[in-house]
Design a protein around this ligand. Structure first.
Ligand code: 13P
Ligand code: SF4
Length: 320
């Protein structure tokens, strides 16, 4: 029965102008659409705000809308809900997870944390609300270095859950960090060999990379930064060609901002489409429309966890 309703709705949504219908629903619901750069181009084009994880959290913290439609992954929509307990937060596909969040279960992390009782816990925003609730400060790829630099030098730190970002931050700050052993399945798939082959084919190209990439790959990069930082760099640099070592969804914005420049995605090891985030790509324009029409799937959170998770996010926003 439910399956039949979903199928009928899908059929209906195929026959309407989704862009127009979403604009109408935005007005009707007083909704804002926040989208990450790794979303498909149509979603990026209809979003009210497009950004990296930090920018999206900052927008979620200050929005006056009644409904937040989060075109991103679960931990991002959950962060918006932590900041806005009284607003309706919709995620077009609830299965849009993240390998970093999934690779850091709360029970195991609690044991890990208990082993180092004197450590301050700094967690990358790519984690569940339960992990945030056990953390002292949250960070994103754009402020991780800045946040660690503000911690007194004699204070030991646990950094979770991304070991690659952790290693990068450790190198940039010259601080020893106790790392949780997690990683992003997308950024770990980039092939170093293919990257070097591309550099030989395009010797003038600059390699720009996200700090979630493995250390060996980052050694080839001319510039390392969050998605927003990479986008800005590609606009400001005098180079005409870029080899992009992050999820290729961002290339839509890079190309829009610099139509005369060339952007080459870094291929993955097996020549598959594994350089696209399988979680981010679960969201489609059709699912955005259906989520707004049905006012679900909705992000729900236990209030005790939300209150605990709110504090380290608030600290991040203050320290950014
Ligand atoms: P930023 O949005 O901080 O660039 O991180 C990229 C990412 O992988 C989000 O999941
Ligand atoms: Fe998670 Fe990696 Fe996908 Fe970002 S790109 S949502 S870190 S799996």
């Amino acid at each position: 029965m439910l399956k039949a309703v979903i199928e009928r709705e899908k059929e209906e949504s195929r026959s309407i102008d989704l862009f127009e219908a979403i604009q109408d629903l935005k007005k009707e619901l007083n909704a804002v659409i926040l989208a990450h750069y790794y979303q498909e181009p149509d979603i990026q084009d209809i979003a009210d705000y497009l950004g990296d994880s930090l920018g999206l959290s900052q927008q979620a913290a200050k929005t006056k809308a009644d409904v937040i439609v989060f075109a991103g992954v679960h931990f991002m929509a959950e962060t918006a809900k932590i900041l806005n307990p009284d607003k309706l937060v919709l995620l077009p596909d609830l299965k849009a997870g993240c390998s970093l969040a999934e690779g850091c279960p709360a029970e195991e992390f609690a044991k890990f944390k208990a082993t180092y009782p004197d450590h301050l816990v700094i967690s990358y925003i790519n984690c569940t609300a339960e992990i945030k609730a056990m953390s002292d400060i949250i960070c994103t790829s754009s402020n991780a270095v800045k946040i660690v630099q503000q911690i007194p030098p004699d204070q030991p730190i646990i950094f979770a859950p991304d070991r690659n970002l952790g290693r990068y931050v450790s190198k940039m700050t010259q601080r020893e960090l106790r790392l949780w052993d997690g990683s992003c399945i997308v950024h770990e798939t980039f092939s170093q060999r293919r990257l070097i082959e591309l550099k030989i084919t395009y010797p003038q190209a600059e390699i720009i990379a996200h700090p979630e990439c493995e250390e060996a790959l980052l050694t080839h990069a001319d510039y390392i930064g969050s998605t927003t930082a990479l986008l800005k760099y590609s606009q400001q640099s005098a180079s005409k060609t870029f080899i992009v070592a992050t999820e290729p969804g961002i290339i839509h914005q890079m190309q829009k901002a610099s139509p005369h420049k060339q952007f080459i995605p870094t291929p993955s090891t097996n020549n598959c489409a594994c350089n696209e985030c399988p979680y981010m790509r679960l969201n489609t324009l059709e699912k955005v429309y259906l989520a707004m029409k049905n006012r679900q799937p909705e992000i729900k959170l236990a209030e005790d966890v939300r209150q605990l998770a709110f504090k380290p996010i608030q600290r991040m926003l203050e320290m950014s």
